[in-house]
Structures are given as C-alpha cells and as structure tokens.
Write a protein that binds this ligand. Sequence first.
Ligand code: NDP
Length: 262
Amino acid sequence: MTQNPTDTRRLGGRVAVVTGSSGGIGLAIATEFGREGAAVVVNSRDAERAEKAASTLAQEGLRVSGFAADMRRPEEARALAQTAVARYGRLDIWVNNAGINVIKPALELEADEWAAVIDTNLSGCFYGAQAAGRFMVPQKSGVIIHIGSIIGEVGLPRRVPYTAAKHGLIGLTKVLAAEWARDNVRVVCLDPGYISTGLGVKSQTHGGAFTAADIERRTPMGRFGEAAEVARVAVFLASDDASYITGSHITVDGGWVAYGGW
Ligand code: NDP
C-alpha cells in the first residue's frame, strides 16, 4: 500500500472513509485514523452532522472532511467512495461502522423494523464494501473493516435483526476476503463488546432490559469499553502491522464472549 515516506505514522498518506462517524465508535475511529496520519472522510445521514464532526477534528489539525450519505442506498455508498477519491486521490481504508438497533421480542417485531436494521447493518455494509472494492481491487491494495458485534458471535433475546445482521457480517467478511485476497485487499470484522456510546445507552433504555451494573458484573474486565479502545484496534487492522490478517473476526469485549457464566 502506498505510504508517504516522509510521514512515519501508522496510516501516514492513506485515505480512509468511516461510515456513521458523526458520533460514537465511528467518530473515535475517524479521530484515531486522523491522528495516525490518514486523510478521513467522515459520514452521517445528515450533512450538518457530518460537517460538524469533521470541523471538530479539523480543529485538531487533522485532514478530515464530511460527506452525507445514507448507507442503506447503494448509489449513496458509491457517491461516498467517489468523493473520497475526488478529494484525496485514492481510497485505502473503508470502515463499515454505521449501525442501528431495534430491541423487541421476535413475535412483536414489525417488518419495517426488521428491514431498517438489516438494510443498515448488513446490506449497507455490502454496498459500502462493494463501492470501496471497486476502487481497491483495480488499485491492488486496500483494507475494509466491518464493525460487527459480540452479538455477531452469540445470540441474545429481543435482538433478532441485529443478531442476524451481525452474524451475516462475519459471512460477508469471509467471502469478500477470499474473493479479493489475491488483489491485496484485506477484509476483516471487528466485534466490539459493550462500549459507552449513544447506541449503548439507547439499548438500555429502549427494551434492552439490562443496566450498566449488569454489564459490569457480566464482563470479566468489570467495565464497559471505551470507543477509543475499539478505534485503536481498527488502526492496527488498517495498518501494515495486520498485513497477514484477512477474513477474520477480532473480538474487543473485555472477555464477555469468552466467559460462560452469569
Ligand atoms: P451510535 O448510535 O453512537 O452511532 C451510530 C452512527 O451510525 C451515527 O454516526 C449515525 O449517524 C450513523 N448511521 C446510522 N444509520 C446510518 C445510515 N443509514 N447511513 C449512514 N450513517 C448511519 O452507535 P455506536 O457508535 O455505538 O455504534 C457504531 C457501530 O458499532 C454499530 O455498527 C454498532 O452496531 C456497533 N457496536 C456498538 C456497540 C456498543 O456497545 N456501542 C457494541 C457492538 C457493536 P447519523 O445519525 O448522524 O446519521
């Protein structure tokens, strides 16, 4: 992968897109990528939110700009990839982070709620990966990171579409990794555990039926993760330090999945 020889930071000279990076884990990833030398396109469904996040990072001196795109729409995913290339000349890293959740018993779930989660968390990641792959495969280099979840590795009641989508991301990762490995495009899935973000808080208050204390008790490390702890693993996966990792899913969860107790 091309690197600027004068920039020795881990992502120096790279161009990255992080979907759903107006807040939470996506914003943390965009921040760490920028600090490691990448030019980053920050994304939200809303232009104002994308610009606001980008200008906050730009104030830190990072090379960042915003672009609105709804990842449920393939043509908007393509426009996001094209914008990164138009602004910065190439595309090296794509993070499919945008995600939502609807927490309800399976028997009560409406079809449009199922569709909203699957469209965002699974189809949107395929549209994003395809849009990125169309630049990366001919360029013969690139890294695509799917932000999955521990709920892509185990099942949890009342999270039917989220669990199905996150399990699906692991399959999507394996197929794309195998298809594009000879083209030097790596595809990996990063599965966070419970991380302090807006989505995490909403899960607790919108049907999640758990408290912060429940998570702290059930997680071997005894605490929520920080978005920056996920972001630093994303930096590693995006960097040449992870040059032989493709098709894998990497769990960042303080031991939650490993622990079989209550
Ligand atoms: P947040 O709700 O804090 O952020 C979600 C981001 O996704 C926002 O920036 C939102 O932007 C964006 N987004 C939502 N829908 C779309 C869309 N259709 N197109 C583009 N952007 C969209 O969530 P988190 O940071 O907590 O979660 C980020 C990812 O991490 C998700 O994939 C989630 O499933 C995963 N994850 C989170 C965990 C946690 O504990 N927090 C645990 C495991 C996985 P906007 O509203 O401005 O459009």
